[in-house]
Write a protein that binds this ligand. Sequence first.
Ligand SMILES: CC(C)(COP(=O)(O)OP(=O)(O)OC[C@H]1O[C@@H](n2cnc3c(N)ncnc32)[C@H](O)[C@@H]1OP(=O)(O)O)[C@@H](O)C(=O)NCCC(=O)NCCS
Length: 206
Amino acid sequence: MKPILLDLPVPIITPRLILRPPQIGDGVVVNEAILESFAVLNEFMPWAKEKPSVEESEEFARQAAANWILKNNDEPYLPLFMFDKETNQFIGGTGYHHYDWNVPSIETGYWIRNSYAGKGFMTEAVNAITQYAFKQLGVKRITITCDIDNIRSKKIPERLGFILEGTLKGNRRKPLTNEISDTLIYSRYDLNNLPELVVTWKNHNE
Ligand SMILES: CC(C)(COP(=O)(O)OP(=O)(O)OC[C@H]1O[C@@H](n2cnc3c(N)ncnc32)[C@H](O)[C@@H]1OP(=O)(O)O)[C@@H](O)C(=O)NCCC(=O)NCCS
């Protein structure tokens, strides 16, 4: 099937979160969260070299919203914005990138705003999108890559039972210092032993 014809039902709902594609008008809240968390993002996220303006964050939201229709396999791929189910506050971003619909396989990444860190929200979100990837997208493989020194990031796949497949030596630079670093590759090939979490989306347990 042509990727543009894939139906991807959203939102994805977990006990504490709503995950949905970016929409027109999200720029303001996303920008606020990026600025709040800039020091942390700047250390590991290549896209966070400079503080974005509200207009740049809005541009990202609109391009991402369009790509949920087009499914182009390039920036900004298929991001999902995370919202606190109780307060509707914007919490952070995750989603899918570098998909290969032929295998099919997919990668994911994530960031969380400072005020919501350390409460397990991102682990919950990645659990949810892992379930969605296998059950809805039908992937055979999902991958998380991170800098070897990104301790908080690597704890997420470890907590969720991903396998450390390998270390790519000296294949990246740290965005902040430009030092050469190593990449860890974590993968899952099925949902076996994923920590239990009730996750729903349209036509799936609803
Ligand atoms: C990577 C990043 C998302 C991790 O955020 P995080 O807040 O540590 O992750 P979670 O939201 O899953 O929270 C996990 C923490 O909450 C704690 N926690 C509290 N309640 C919890 C619950 N109900 N379930 C799971 N964990 C819980 C965990 O013990 C853990 O703390 P610990 O690591 O001190 O043990 C964050 O550091 C970040 O945005 N970094 C910048 C961007 C980045 O590097 N992204 C990754 C690129 S590869």
